[in-house]
Design a protein around this ligand. Structure first.
Ligand code: ADP
Ligand code: ZN
Length: 192
């Protein structure tokens, strides 16, 4: 089997802002692994995702089955025998221990593919993603299209009632009428 040798196992990270195509790319890699008859297990954090509870869903409508987990620590116990590929979406929402879990799985010979936001709405490194980027073998950083200037967009603009969010707003805010759009460094705004 192509992934069963002694020196198999590594970490891939797909990062970028919202709408950059992270989920699309993760789904593409999952599908290709399945075509190659590899056993894939996919996970996502169990947050208030009302729509696709059991799937990774991209903004352009692609889907792949994924099991929601409350914490990263659940993942190893949920893996069936002979899983070749472990795919994890929205890694920014996991606790720091996700890093050790990914490292252990890769050490055990699994191909670990993580996707998530590298920056929060303020443009600051987001949760465990920057640490995963450091320890990964392969990193793919995607860009969306800036909705203001049409250039490559590395950032996520957060709007609350149509206005740029303030620097001290909580990263995760439940209940506010908020919206996100792709913007480049220069068009990205944070109220201070
Ligand atoms: P991510 O997981 O990074 O948020 P998705 O894979 O869910 O990204 O969605 C990518 C899709 O979003 C693109 O293929 C495109 O159809 C759509 N899209 C909407 N707005 C934009 C934008 N500003 N730039 C690029 N793609 C966008
Ligand atoms: Zn721009």
């Amino acid at each position: 089997h192509p992934l069963s040798g002694d020196h198999s196992g590594w970490i891939e990270v797909i990062c970028g802002g919202m709408f950059s195509g992270k989920s699309e790319e993760l789904i593409r890699r999952i599908r290709r692994a399945k075509i190659a008859k590899q056993k894939v297990a996919a996970f996502k954090p169990a947050i208030d995702d009302r729509y696709h509870q059991e799937a990774i869903a991209s903004h352009n409508g692609l889907m792949a089955d994924a099991r929601p987990v409350k914490s990263a620590g659940e993942i190893p116990g949920l893996l069936e025998e002979n899983v070749d590929v472990v795919a994890i979406d929205e890694i920014q929402f996991f606790e720091p221990e996700i890093v050790d879990i990914c490292q252990q799985l890769a050490d055990q010979g699994k191909r670990v593919i993580c996707a998530g936001l590298d920056q929060d709405f303020r443009g600051k490194p987001f949760g465990p993603t920057p640490v995963l980027l450091a320890v990964a073998e392969y990193v793919t950083k995607l860009q969306a299209i800036c909705v203001k200037c049409g250039g490559p967009a590395s950032r996520t603009q957060r709007l609350i009632d149509g206005r740029p969010a303030a620097i001290d707003d909580p990263v995760i805010q439940v209940g506010a009428k908020e919206q996100y759009e792709a913007r480049c460094r220069h068009c990205h705004e944070v109220l201070r």
